[in-house]
Ligand binder design. Sequence first.
Ligand SMILES: [Cu+2]
Length: 481
Amino acid sequence: MPSRRAFLLAGAALGTGAVLAPSRTSEARVLPAAVAPRTVALSAREMDLHLLGSDKPATRIYAYDGELFRLIRAKRGDELEFTFDNHLPEASTVHFHGIRMPNEYDGVPTLTQPVVAPGGRFTYRIPFDDPGTFFFHPHCDETGQVGRGLAGVLIVEDARDPKFDAEHIFCLKDWRLAEDGSYLAMSEPDGASKAGTYGATRTVNGVPALDLKAPANSDVRLRILNLDSTRVMDLGVEGAEAALIAVDGHALPPIPLDKLPDSIWRFGPAQRIDLHIRMPEVGKSVQIGDYRAANIYHFATLTAEPSSRSKRPFRALALPPPKLPQPDLKRAERLTFTLQQATDAAVKEVGLPPDDPLAKALIDTLCVGSTTYWAISQESWPTGEKRNLPPPLAKLGEGRSYRVTIKNGTRYPHPVHLHGHAFAVIDSSSGRLPKHFADTVLVQPDETVEIAFVAAPGDWVFHCHILEHMETGMMGWFRVV
Ligand SMILES: [Cu+2]
């Protein structure tokens, strides 16, 4: 694994064997575009950031436009055209996570586009029909690139939302750093083959912790993003009444945090939540933290400052219900997939039929891992020397409803993500999950989770968002025609 980056750099210098996926035309928009597409320049480049403290050596990170976790705000109904310029020393792409969009802009190398080589450009045209808290990130060498910080925040605002007095965005990410600010190996075999390789330098918005103020007795909206590559967190709040109001951007009927099991929301890499908290009286503080770790990580403190708001009973402010395709559960076709451990030797040598437009597409070596540790129902995404695109896990019909059961046959949790859709989480064997819409669902060891969705046209990957798991086999795809 440690030698992979050098290999990536060498590969990038040679340019890439561009494999063009068949272009798919944009489907009808759910909403008419509110305004003409707005162009947003997006460039990935290196920059130095003091992650260990201002008196310690800086770390060379990857970021969009010189801003750690670059924030982009759009309005529901907007369509944005992103011109992505890659100024990194390695190939990349952009994936707008959780956004329902035309398949050709999904950012998955080989399947939907060629990689963007250093110095290259790719234009993404993305509609924002669903309001909420989203993010974007590369879909090539994700362990290396997201590990170095490459991710941006995407807030799709909705004029219909209730009014909050204040809003804070918290981006949680751990870093693999040595004392001199250099990187430790992004991936260790013992991590990649088990729970993942953890970073020890924990940050929120790039700093160890945030000390903030908010008006006493006010209603505050928190948008919390787990942008880590590995860590599952138990998000909890102390010192304020709090309610979960959205998961992965999509509103759900508010659930008081203390009504959830253990009064926390467990969420893995790529998952987001919105909370409504009611600030306490003047001088009192609220703590927000990850309670899963042996050492609780309180990453934000909000202290109540004088305000004109008076004390009153807490009633969670509900966001407008999401307007998403509703799967027909009675008529839906059922599919089951099992998340498993695997080895290179056990991976089936399978390929697409020779007449498939993607049959000759080789997944770029820049975007595959070196070893296979994982599989989905005995099929693994290519790694090492195996570069043939595997056949889809299933062929689905556009506009049809599917109920997909995801079984976790491993000893580790896996946040499972489906591109291009918002799915309904309809059941979990643990009874832990409320019914809600999401783009990523955490499936715990021995747990079975059922999701349902209406299939949108295109080739969409389905993978674990613990990035090392994805890159060592736990990824497949659905073809929807
Ligand atoms: Cu996983």
